[in-house]
Design a protein around this ligand. Structure first.
Ligand SMILES: Cc1ncc(COP(=O)(O)O)c(C=O)c1O
Length: 401
C-alpha cells in the first residue's frame, strides 16, 4: 500500500507527529473523530424508521469516541459492570443497556439504581437475581430476554455467539419457565427479546435471513405465550473486511432491504434496535508505528516496529494480516538499510513469535524510520490488548477533530 491510500489529513497529521523525537520513535493511536461523526450520521440516516442504533462500547469505550457518537446514537450498550460504570460516568444522558454473561448481583443492582433502559437477561439464574433485587429495591426491572436459537441452514460467520451451543442467551426450551417467572413477578418488566448470534458478518443476504429468523421466532413466541407487543434488539455484528478493505458489510444496501423486510413481515410497529460496535468505530482509528529495525533471518525479512500486539492485538486476535500503509519517515541516517521489492513480515517488540501484525507482505520499499500505519484500528484494538506484557510504555493517543 502507498501513502495515497490514506486520507491526506491523516498522512499530514502523522508526518507532523513524527517530527517530535522527544519520546523516541513514533508509536501512537490516531483517531479521526470527524470521520467517525460522518460515519455514524450516515449510518443513522439510512436506518428504517422503527430501528434505533445503539453503540456497543466494548468495541472502543474511549471517552472521546463516546462523546463523538453520543448525539447520533440512541444509547450505549455495556457488556460488564465496568463498562456500565464507565458509561454512567461519561454522563451523556443517553439510555444505557446492559448485557453479557455472568452478571454479578452487585452489577445488576447498580444497573437498576442507574435507571437502566434494559438488562439483557442471559439465564434463568439472572432472572431470579433480578426478582430478588427488584423486590428489595421496590422497583421494576426492565428486561430483554437474550435468546439463542437454531437458525437452520443460515451459515455462521467467523465469530458466532449463537446458532450453535454457546454460553450466551437462553435456550428456547427455557423460555416457558422464564415467561412463567415474569408473569408471576410484576417487578419484572419484559420489554423485548434480544439476539446477537454473530459478529464479522460481511454478507447482507445472510444477515437479512438472520433478521427474518429473529422476526419469525418472536412472532411464534408471541402467539405461543400470548405476549403483548414487544421490542426486538437485533444485536450488532456487521463486519469490517480487514483483508479486502473495499468489501466491508454494505450498510446502505442492508438498510434499504431491511426496510422492505420489515414491511413484508409486518414488523413496522415493532420497536427494533441494533447494538453495533466494530462497524461504527473501526474505520476511524489508526495505529501508527515507526520501523526501528530491519532484518533478514533464515531467508525471510522482518521489520521490527515500535510497539506491538500488546498495543494492537487486533491482527493476533483475528488471525489476519492487518492492512497497513507505509509512509516515508524521511530519516536520513538509515537510508542505506533499505529493502526493496521483498516479502516482509511486520512485527512488534515483544519476545514472542506471535507478535505479528502482518506476515510476508509484498513491500516495494522500506527502511528504518518509515512509519507503518495500520488502518481500521478503531475497534477492538487498544482495549483488547495485553497492555502490561513486558512493561513497554503505552502508545500516545491523538484525536483529530
Ligand atoms: C451481545 C453483543 N452485542 C453487540 C456486540 C457488538 O458486536 P460487533 O462489534 O460485531 O458489532 C457484541 C460483540 O461481541 C456482543 O457480544
Amino acid at each position: 500500500m502507498t501513502t495515497n491510500s490514506l486520507p491526506h489529513h491523516i498522512a499530514d497529521a502523522i508526518n507532523q507527529l513524527g517530527q517530535d523525537r522527544s519520546d523516541g520513535p513514533l508509536c501512537c493511536y490516531l483517531f479521526d473523530l470527524e470521520a467517525l461523526r460522518n460515519r455514524i450520521r450516515q449510518m443513522s440516516e439510512a436506518l428504517p424508521s422503527n430501528v434505533a442504533l445503539f453503540y456497543a462500547a466494548k468495541a472502543n469505550p474511549m471517552p472521546e469516541i463516546l462523546a463523538t457518537l453520543a448525539p447520533y446514537v440512541a444509547g450505549f450498550e455495556a457488556a460488564s459492570g465496568g463498562e456500565l460504570a464507565h458509561l454512567a460516568q461519561q454522563d451523556h444522558h443517553k439510555p444505557l443497556i446492559f448485557g453479557g454473561p455472568g452478571k454479578l448481583e452487585s452489577e445488576l443492582k447498580t444497573a437498576l439504581e442507574l435507571g437502566i433502559d434494559a438488562i439483557h437477561v442471559e439465564s434463568l439464574t439472572e432472572l431470579k437475581h433480578l426478582i430478588r433485587l427488584a423486590k428489595a429495591l421496590d422497583c421494576q426491572a426492565p428486561i430483554f430476554l437474550r435468546m439463542n436459537i437454531d437458525i437452520g441452514s443460515i451459515t455462521l460467520s467467523k465469530l458466532a455467539m449463537g446458532g450453535r451451543p454457546t454460553p450466551f442467551g437462553l435456550d428456547s426450551d427455557e423460555l416457558e419457565h422464564a415467561i412463567a417467572l415474569i408473569q408471576q413477578n410484576p417487578c419484572l418488566q419484559l420489554k423485548g427479546f434480544h439476539f446477537h448470534l454473530m459478529s464479522h458478518q460481511l454478507e447482507v443476504d445472510k444477515h437479512l435471513a438472520l433478521m427474518k429468523c429473529y422476526f419469525d421466532a418472536v412472532k411464534a413466541w408471541q402467539a405461543q405465550y400470548q405476549l403483548p407487543p414487544l421490542a426486538i434488539n437485533l444485536g450488532g455484528g456487521m463486519g469490517i473486511n480487514y483483508t479486502q478493505p473495499d468489501q466491508h458489510f454494505d450498510w446502505l444496501n442492508f438498510c434499504e432491504r431491511l426496510t422492505q423486510l420489515i414491511q413484508q413481515e409486518g414488523m413496522a410497529d415493532t420497536p427494533l434496535r441494533f447494538e453495533c460496535g466494530r462497524f461504527i468505530s473501526a474505520p476511524c482509528g489508526y495505529y501508527v508505528t515507526e520501523i526501528i529495525d530491519l532484518k533478514r533471518n533464515l531467508g525471510e525479512y522482518f521489520a521490527v516496529c515500535r510497539g506491538g500486539t500488546h498495543h494492537f492485538r487486533t491482527p493476533a486476535a483475528q488471525s489476519h494480516n492487518h492492512p497497513f500503509v507505509i509512509i516515508d519517515g524521511n530519516i536520513q541516517d538509515f537510508s542505506e538499510e533499505k529493502i526493496t521489492d521483498e516479502l516482509v513480515t511486520l512485527v512488534g517488540q515483544l519476545c514472542t513469535p506471535k507478535d505479528v501484525f502482518s506476515r510476508a507482505q509484498s513491500i516495494a520499499e522500506l527502511k528504518i524510520g518509515d512509519y507503518v500505519v495500520f488502518t481500521l484500528a478503531g475497534a477492538y484494538s487498544w482495549n483488547i490488548s495485553h497492555q502490561n506484557f513486558l512493561m513497554h510504555p503505552a502508545p500516545k493517543f491523538h484525536y483529530l477533530n
